[in-house]
Design a protein around this ligand. Sequence first.
Ligand code: SF4
Ligand code: SF4
Length: 97
Amino acid sequence: MENDRQQEVYQNHLADKEREWENQCLRCGACCGAYEDPCRDLKKGPDGKYSCGVYFRRYGAHETVGGKKFRCMPIRDIIHMSWDHDQFCAYKQAIKP
Ligand code: SF4
Ligand code: SF4
């Protein structure tokens, strides 16, 4: 019983951390090509912010509006790379020395 409780506390903690991490994103769309050749699944909302149309199955093969094929990867896997307007990325800002 104690183990179940600890497991639940741990899972809640992980979920909180995940939410905290996700909420850091400014939804600028830059990492999805918003300022150059956007991913076909990138959507712009009425608030001017971007979101992914296939968020829960986003990783893997995709195509840009211009027809370029690429793989969508977690931000932690591309954080060391460069993309147009990446200077505004909240995650890049957070790891800046
Ligand atoms: S599939 Fe990936 S690159 Fe395309 S909009 Fe979604 S998160 Fe961005
Ligand atoms: S560039 Fe960074 S802040 Fe902008 S949408 Fe991508 S992950 Fe979010």
